[in-house]
Write a protein that binds this ligand. Structure first.
Ligand SMILES: [Fe+2]
Length: 308
């Protein structure tokens, strides 16, 4: 049995330089729904219900290419159409880089689709690709919101992460996080996050770019706050065994009770229960003001306690 049982990888986070500009880019270019949580934080959500919190930070950690988010369009023709439209608005959204459409080399990290990459104004990487990725074709629901985006509304098909060593990291994901792991045919493995965030984890050795807590991944359990405390105790006990770098105290966060931990690859995980088992996106939609106050406190706390 893994340390964490019955969890799902529910969310990710992104650091941004300017909240308003990031919101426009996610909504108008990347086809994701967004809402503002407070002055310096927002949420984006895809059509599968995978969400990300994005936070305006004066200082941001450099992002490696292999932390990209993939979005799908129906076919290669739609890839070319999206590319042409994004090229035309590159300056408006202050896009830093836009690569030419090409077929990806599947020996790199198991992706052999036709697509292109975007480095956005905040330095975060995205891929737009044909709907034939390593997790199979995903549903692109017709008529989903936002309706007039360049990349039609649909799923975030997967997110990539870096690791130092595949075997050690796969063991941590299987035995500690308790999420599904599928070894690839090269220096990568995949996880479906137990039905949540799809991941491709790529071994990069010493090229790895260390991560900050506001680039974390959320692991949600549907139990009680006491179960978080119990998991926190276990995390401290097995810290050396799994090369876990940091285990932060458990706190009440943005509508959740959780603790952050930094794994052997410097990637951060938030182990959480949602208050009333209501996800933060829905909580903000239901009650914007209350959620905003909680999010403000959580961000302040997380950035103060994990700053290095
Ligand atoms: Fe989080």
């Amino acid at each position: 049995m893994p340390v964490i049982e019955g969890c799902r990888a529910t969310h990710t986070t992104l650091e941004v330089a300017n909240l308003e500009r990031a919101t426009r880019f996610y909504t108008e270019v990347m086809g994701l729904r967004t809402h503002q949580v407070l002055e310096k934080a927002g949420h984006l959500i895809d059509t599968r219900g995978v969400y990300a919190a994005y936070i305006e930070m004066a200082r941001r950690g450099p992002q490696p290419f292999l932390n990209f988010y993939a979005r799908v369009v129906p076919d290669a023709r739609a890839v070319d159409a999206a590319h042409a439209r994004i090229a035309a608005v590159k300056e408006r959204y202050e896009i830093q880089e836009l690569t030419a459409p090409a077929r990806e080399d599947p020996s790199q990290f198991g992706v052999g689709t036709y697509g292109f990459y975007i480095k956005d104004a905040d330095g975060n990487w995205w891929r737009v690709e044909e709907n034939a990725g390593p997790f199979g074709p995903l549903e692109i629901p017709p008529g989903a919101e936002p309706r007039d985006a360049i990349v039609p509304a649909g799923p975030i098909s997967y997110v990539t992460l870096e690791c130092y060593n595949l075997d050690a990291t796969m063991r941590f994901y299987r035995e500690f996080l308790g999420i599904d792991v599928e070894p690839g045919a090269g220096r990568y493995f995949r996880s479906r996050g137990n039905g949540g965030v799809n991941l491709i984890v790529v071994q990069v050795g010493d090229q790895l770019v260390p991560q900050t807590v506001m680039n974390h991944h959320g692991i949600t359990i549907w139990r009680d706050e006491q179960d978080i405390d119990a998991l926190h105790t276990v995390a401290e006990r097995v810290q050396a065994e799994y090369g876990i770098r940091k285990v932060m105290p458990a706190t009440h966060q943005h509508g959740s009770y959780s603790f952050y931990m930094q794994d052997l690859d410097t990637n951060w995980w938030e182990i959480e229960v949602w208050e009333g088992h209501i996800d933060p996106w829905t909580r903000v939609e239901q009650n914007p003001y209350k959620a905003a106050a909680k999010a403000a406190a959580a961000i302040e706390q997380a950035t103060a306690t994990t700053a290095t």
